[in-house]
Design a protein around this ligand. Sequence first.
Ligand code: ATP
Length: 383
Amino acid sequence: MSSIELKNIVKKYGDGFPAVNDVSLDIADGEFMILVGPSGCGKSTLLRMVVGLEDITSGDLLINGKRVNDLAPRDRNLSMVFQNYALYPHLTVGENIAFPLRLAKGQHSEEEIKSKVQAAADMLELNEHLERKPANLSGGQRQRVAMGRAIVRDADAFLFDEPLSNLDAKLRGQMRTEIARMQRRLGITTIYVTHDQTEAMTLGDRVAVLKKGVLQQCASPRELYEQPINLFVAGFIGSPPMNFLPARVDGDTLHLPFVDVLMDGDLAAKVKGKDLVIVGLRPEHIKDASLGDKIDGVTFTPNVDQTEWLGNEQYAYIPFEADSAVRDKLEELDRDLDGEGMRTQMIVNLDSRSRVLEGDDAELIFDPSLMHVFDPESGDNLT
Ligand code: ATP
């Protein structure tokens, strides 16, 4: 059994702004936990504190219920896989995998080392390469050797720091499924740092989203997608990202850039007292009404500025006006998300069957129950 608990963890480098600010997380035995967020949000710092490569400024780190803040990295029994693999170039694949076992001098017999290396090589399909040196391997094979070295150790947990970021997209996809399979097979507690939301959504039992050192939400991938707690999480999870539209509140009606939506009593009560809100609508929840699919919802007919056809799907881009109060908020959000300043156009993920062209007035439809409504000041999701 190996659980990892973070209680009010703070990290300050020098006397600057905390890189990690009061983060608490309980990672259950066997759980696959993802730490995700834009560059500089503190995810690597958090991981490095867990493994012991970085001191904890305040708060408690518990492994299996025992406080380990002051325990040396080698005594924490955690296996870390780094972005750059950190393989020994002069050792063969087999020797690299065996290295942690040899480091624990006298604890493992030659026979045991051989059989553990063999088992890891079998699992990672490295048998043919055991005698080769890392320089003669592909990026994906090197990554497997790094994982082999992590799994021979019978560690309490695996810690991964962006392990796939040096691989090309295709290999990244393959390695992702391999990591998922290996983790399930071994059932070992895992913390995995990434800024890639596909990895986050497909690998994690739960995903912890960080912004500027502060934990925003920790939930299952589905919950993050369906019930993001605030604008930041809503904008971070989902590709292409959620549309954020300014909406004026007028009694039971929301005036969006292209359409008015009548709110149900529940939503009207939540936005009561506000003049302005930000409505979040995912690109895939807006449909081409002319395709004749049965959808209940609100229709509108905006002019399409640009389209992109990708074969299996198609995007339409529709600019809109945002008044200055909302624009400032959206620009701030864009900066937080390391975005590209695309927040004043709506993106619609049309189906590949759609025949909407640039310059067309497209007949679009969405189900208002799929809208998220955010407070424009705090960014909190009110729905
Ligand atoms: P990335 O995805 O770019 O690796 P990250 O989310 O892993 O980013 P960290 O590397 O943990 O973020 O950095 C968090 C913050 O702490 C950043 O503002 C960074 O500049 C700062 N920081 C990290 N390491 C140090 C250090 N050794 N000394 C001072 N500041 C540091």
